[in-house]
Design a protein around this ligand. Structure first.
Ligand SMILES: NC(=O)c1ccc[n+]([C@@H]2O[C@H](COP(=O)([O-])OP(=O)(O)OC[C@H]3O[C@@H](n4cnc5c(N)ncnc54)[C@H](OP(=O)(O)O)[C@@H]3O)[C@@H](O)[C@H]2O)c1
Length: 364
């Protein structure tokens, strides 16, 4: 507490006892004011936290309420799904069929199509589609057009994807990259462009299955490149199509046990890439690198989720909710590990990546 010149003069005019008492009083009032200020500060701090918690709660409540508004007349809506032979596509086709939507399921093989038809209602129809072939896409588009008529196509789910060849990039060739990009990126783009007029007619939805590896790239080869591409394509498409009432959503799953994450197929792919690598690359990496790399794949396998409905429920939401999200992270690994990691500074991400992967024999 600071006294002005007038206060100091007044104090000097007082007798010793009077001055002492007053000084004590001033000390006490200073302490009182200090503690009032502290308590007030604590109160303001707590009130701010409370406000923040209430606002956050309100935001989530509103979001929850908004997101559970469902689209009506689902039984009259057509959804075209690619890659329905197995995995997410197969489960989604069955799930939407049960929900009452009209599912147009594209399979790569007749065997896959037959099996799916056996497990579903008569309303579900199948078509054979190879997304790397323009004539196959054109034929499938015509087939869809004949079914949906003037109603248009409510949903297009670009689910097709492959993951091999995967290995450190220097072991691979341009053709290895092209093989994945052809299916995962160019396939998605061509199917979308071909079916877009039908989706626009219905003011429907485009659902692109990306990956959490489209947010953070943790291994070499074309897979992460293709998924980054899907994210970029979907982002610009979303803005362009919003003018016409079409919504675009992205599904970003973590790791799940399906054919695409089959460890035997991965290991075979790594072995093949290693065999075709140049002598210089082999000397740089060394055999121990390959065996450790393959062992680490084996240890990862049991951690991959088997609950595919974590992904298909997100897909279903994009097609049945009035207000679907733009991005869906599916699986705990995606939500709690890879997505937060993608926001971290690069040096931290690199540290985790170096720590968890083997070092080449001649690493500096
Ligand atoms: N599983 C995961 O951990 C994970 C994680 C993130 C993202 N994803 C993505 O999820 C999507 C579905 O994958 P999934 O895990 O369900 O694997 P999946 O079971 O292998 O499903 C992929 C489907 O695509 C089909 N396919 C492959 N090449 C094709 C082509 N050229 N034309 C048409 N269809 C073709 C496959 O047919 P065949 O079975 O006959 O080969 C299969 O039915 C993919 O885009 C994948 O990248 C998966």
């Amino acid at each position: 507490m600071v006294l002005g010149p007038r206060g100091a003069g007044f104090l000097a005019s007082l007798s010793f006892e009077e001055g002492d008492v007053l000084l004590e009083f001033i000390k006490c009032s200073g302490w009182l004011r200090g503690s009032i200020e502290v308590s007030f500060g604590v109160f303001v701090g707590e009130a701010m936290w409370l406000c923040l918690v209430v606002l956050l709660g309100l935001y989530h409540l509103l979001r929850w309420y908004r997101e559970r508004q469902a689209v009506s007349h689902l039984w009259d809506k057509y959804v075209f799904i690619t890659g329905c032979d197995s995995g997410f596509g197969n489960l989604l086709a069955r799930q939407l069929d049960l929900r009452g939507l009209r599912v147009l399921a594209a399979c790569l093989t007749e065997k896959g199509a037959q099996q799916l038809r056996k497990q579903t209602s008569d309303r579900l129809e199948t078509v054979i589609l190879d997304v790397t072939k323009t004539e196959s896409i054109a034929a499938a588009t015509q087939w869809v057009k004949e079914r949906v008529g003037d109603r248009g196509l409510w949903g297009l789910v670009n689910n097709v994807g492959i993951s091999i060849p995967t290995a450190p990039s220097e072991w691979l060739t341009k053709q290895d990259f092209m093989k994945i990009l052809d299916v995962n990126l160019l396939g998605v783009i061509e199917v979308t462009l071909s079916l877009l007029p039908l989706v626009r007619k219905a003011r429907g939805r485009v659902v692109n299955v990306s990956s959490i590896m489209g947010r953070i790239s943790l291994f070499g080869g074309g897979y992460c490149v293709s998924k980054y591409g899907v994210e970029a394509f979907s982002d610009s498409l979303r803005r362009e199509l919003s003018h016409f009432g079409v919504k675009v959503a992205m599904i970003e799953p973590g790791f799940f046990s399906t054919n695409i994450t089959d460890v035997e197929a991965f290991s075979q792919s790594v072995r093949t890439a290693w065999d075709q690598a140049s002598p210089e690359v082999k000397e740089l990496y060394g055999e121990t690198f390959v065996s450790t790399f393959l062992e680490s794949l084996e240890t990862l396998k049991p951690r991959w989720s088997k609950n595919l409905s974590l992904v298909t429920n997100c897909m279903e939401h994009t097609l049945t909710a009035c207000h679907p999200r733009t991005r869906y992270s599916c699986g705990w690994d995606a939500k709690l590990f890879y997505l937060p990691m993608s926001y971290m500074p690069t040096f931290l991400v690199d540290f985790v990546a170096y720590w968890s992967s083997p070092r080449p024999a001649q690493a500096l």
